[in-house]
Design a protein around this ligand. Structure first.
Ligand code: DGT
Ligand code: MG
Ligand code: MG
Ligand code: MG
Ligand code: MG
Length: 258
């Protein structure tokens, strides 16, 4: 096809290519979810349905983007791990991030009614996204450990904070009570004042959600209407510890050195 005289403007486009042979982490995070969770009256500190909806969106992203081997989510964020050898969009950063963010966001709106049949979606949510490259397996594990430790620290704090507020303290008083407290002080406070054993709270709240793909057999009919066994990837959700070795030992298919 003949080129128009305007074609030259293409030369102004710039692509950033993520370096080869590194783990790619795409982390998306809800924009202004402090306000979004208030406006939609999410339960505090954890809204089970909101977290389930986040997981649903992440699952949809994983099914669509084959190079994602694992996703980790907590609060209003999700990290998607793409395998080192991934050549998605020739590793163009903007294409990869924008596709994942947009798939995630459209799924959030698309599935909202299923998770919140009683709540209207008051305004369109949005998410930001970034890419981080990790050269070693150890760096990638430390990244995921960092996010899971963050989940734990925030959840322990928020559990104490809302227990204090629900017991009649103002938010400022609750903040003062918690200032400078250690992790064991917080566990103790929950136990002695509220009879809550922190370790009995749902693992999803304490550890976040890990999504991995697993190959399963399923029955299908071939062209001759004969039943055959085919394989497909399904997304499994778990809420286990990913800081210690156990999870990685149990999933050699993720091909991370220990
Ligand atoms: P950003 O990310 O800079 O645009 O700002 P935010 O407001 O999204 O803040 P961020 O991402 O640091 O923190 C997440 C907020 O989302 C935090 O205010 C708590 C809220 N949030 C997340 N999950 C839940 C939930 O399950 N229940 C409630 N009540 N709030 C939640
Ligand atoms: Mg933020
Ligand atoms: Mg946010
Ligand atoms: Mg966040
Ligand atoms: Mg196009």
């Amino acid at each position: 096809m003949a080129k128009s005289k305007y074609e030259y403007v293409k030369q102004f486009e710039r692509d950033y290519f993520l370096i080869p042979n590194t783990w790619l982490v795409i982390r998306i995070d809800g924009r202004g979810f402090h306000q979004f969770s208030d406006r939609h009256q999410f339960e505090k500190p954890n809204d089970r349905r909101a977290l389930d909806l986040m997981n649903k969106c992440a699952e949809a992203v994983m099914i669509e983007i084959h190079d994602i081997i694992l996703a980790y989510g907590q609060s209003d964020e999700f990290s998607f791990i793409l395998k080192k050898e991934c050549n998605l969009y020739g590793r163009r950063e903007a294409k990869i991030i924008s596709t994942i963010v947009s798939l995630f966001t459209s799924n959030y709106v698309f599935h909202w009614k299923k998770y919140f049949p009683d709540k209207e979606l008051h305004y369109p949510p949005s998410f930001d996204g970034r890419a981080v490259q990790y050269p070693s397996d150890n760096n990638l594990r430390d990244y995921l450990s960092w996010r899971q430790a963050d989940c734990h620290i925030n959840n322990l704090y928020n559990t104490c904070f809302w227990a204090l507020v629900h017991s009649g303290k103002t938010e400022a008083e609750a903040e003062n009570t918690l200032r400078g407290t250690s992790s064991s002080d917080k566990n103790e406070l929950l136990y002695s004042s509220f009879n809550i054993n922190y370790n009995d709270l749902p693992e999803m709240y304490r550890k976040g959600s890990i999504l991995i793909k697993q190959e399963v057999d399923f029955k299908a009919l071939n062209q001759n209407e004969v039943e055959v066994i085919r394989k497909k990837n399904v997304v499994m959700i778990t809420n286990v510890d990913i800081i210690r070795n156990k999870f990685w030992e149990e999933h050699p298919e993720l091909k991370l050195s220990l």
